[in-house]
Write a protein of this length. Sequence first.
Length: 293
Amino acid sequence: MPIKHDLGKIVLQHPKGPSAEVLLYGATIVSWTSPISAGAQPTERLFVSAKAALDGTKPVRGGIPVVFPCFGAPTHPDHAKLSQHGFGRNQVWKFDGVVLDNQAGVSVRLTLEPNPEISAKYTKAFHLAYVVTLAEHQLSTDLHVTNTSVGEDLEFQALLHNYFHVPSKDVSVGPLKNLNYYDKTEATDEARATAKVESRDRVDVKAYTDSVYDSAPGEYDITWPAGHLHISTKNFKDVVVWNPQAEAGSKIGDMEAGGWDSFVCVEPGIARGFEILGAGKTWVGQQVISVKL
Ligand SMILES: O=P(O)(O)OC[C@H]1O[C@H](O)[C@H](O)[C@@H](O)[C@@H]1O
């Protein structure tokens, strides 16, 4: 039985060894193991802070939280009462069943609909489905957003906040050259809202980095001396690269000391502007994360 569902957690076990764990809380993937080189044993590919709350009291500091319907602090009137990154990452999703269970992969679906807690702060009609698929060297996550209203548009942002377990001093992310980006480490609103142009082909995170790349190519390589991950996306037009280093990381309550040495966040999403979805329509954002052996 490669899929177990128990105590608010779904465990996917691939017949060849890799595994993934998904909390119903936030639909957050808190573990993904996969070999990093040919013949190696599966090891952890995601970072979760040793101080992360895993009991549903706050969003998980690590793994892959789902950001919906706003990225960062709300800027759209529909999101005005929501907290940073919206409610997708701190609501309990429903386990909606097994999608696939064979030699090629194991896959489950989680869903989220309005409930009294959400409706108290957000009145739009929506249905979310999140499909997590584990293959031997790959983890795929597909977010399906349906506008269930009769006549109103749904305007949203959505993002998959991947924390990859890598040595941050040695990792680089690319290709990002010549893209416009917004540097959230800048001190003033004006500077944060002014586009910069990326001059580097591959970006490192040795210094505090919080960059929102606009209209990015959707394919990213994350490389470090011992490993190589590739992310391939559909319908996520932007990507965020984040590492707080000690400068900002030491101010994050649930970040373990030195945690910033052990991850890079590469976050495909709709992070600037809004996806506008007509009544009755469904939008699907997808990422496929592959280990390059
Ligand atoms: O602390 P959180 O709300 O989980 O956000 C963590 C980080 O998420 C994204 O990467 C943003 O670009 C950062 O500005 C933010 O600090």
